[in-house]
Design a protein around this ligand. Sequence first.
Ligand code: GMT
Length: 378
Amino acid sequence: MKIGIVCYPTFGGSGVVATELGLELSKRGHEVHFITYNQPVRLELLSNNVHYHEVNVPEYPLFLYQPYELALSSKLVDMVKLHDIEILHVHYAIPHAYAGYMAKKMLQEEGIYVPIVTTLHGTDITLVGSHPFYKPAVTFSINKSDAVTTVSQSLKDDTLRLFDIKKEINVVPNFIDLDKYNHTFTDCQRGMMAKENEKIITHISNLRKVKRAQDVISVFNNIQKKIPAKLMLIGEGPEREKIEWQCMQLGILDKVIFFGKSNEIDKILCFSDLFLLPSETESFGLAALEAMASGVPVISTNTGGLPEVNIEGYSGFLSNVGDVEDMTKNALHILSDSHRLQAFKNNAREQATKFDLHKIVPLYESIYEDTLSKCLML
Ligand code: GMT
């Protein structure tokens, strides 16, 4: 198949999932075209089967806001015609599903029919999409998609609760390339980050409010009072300064390593003992899955899709949002006994195998095939 993928090219989970999906589809013999405003961060290698087309939005002083949707839908029309793209898979409803629909209608005028598969990732629904200003456009573009997927049952339930959706929604969870986590690093460089007796706690996110990074610092602060520990913080975002201040006020700056944006999270995870994800909401929690694939147990909240990923008392523990005391208790329970820690590490790795990309990517392929065959019948 010739597949066009539209996504955000940044470090966010939706862009990562879209990029990893495209790369795996190309390995499975499909021709994949990424269409976005920057080369996706995890798209390092372009091959015969993987192409990247940049959407440019010329600056024009008359416009207070540059019309990205317009540029994207025009680019989609051009790329479909130029490369005979058969299906467009748009990740994140805003504005991709909307731009996809516009492209589809323009192409129809020329007798070209390209179905749109929309994947909802989370904040497009739970935070942004349900805003009254966006709601009509998001509802419309979901209902006009030829197929719709969500990354968890919880996000499906939220979508049906918040929007008037007439379309069937398929749940296709986030996935992980286990080979990447199993084989790459045999010699984790733990010694460079912490002393032998220190436990390594890790958090990865874009440090937006929804991630509750201050809870990460509070839980870590409680842990390090009982057990020698270091905190690895990976990611950049609007809350960074606040949490640096928090660390300074608590007197733990020397125990916290800020990595910023990193493409080497698997290297950092391989020497981690525990992963913290105290998010306000999380449609799936790809970061938790990446940690588990590295054999790192997860202390998370119990919101959104997290209970579908992290299993209470097995791969980690789940607490109510903001319950720092419970998260601390659970973290200490896991870390304080080396046999228990090892059992949780093994379980975390085992739990991650449920989301092996070899199991999940074929689900997307069969959605493409069904969608295309339904289109042929029209
Ligand atoms: O979590 C973020 O801030 C990034 C966000 C995104 O849209 O890129 O991630 C969302 O999509 C990921 C991939 O499907 C999910 O694993 C994340 O849970 C989800 N984030 C939220 O729901 C907050």
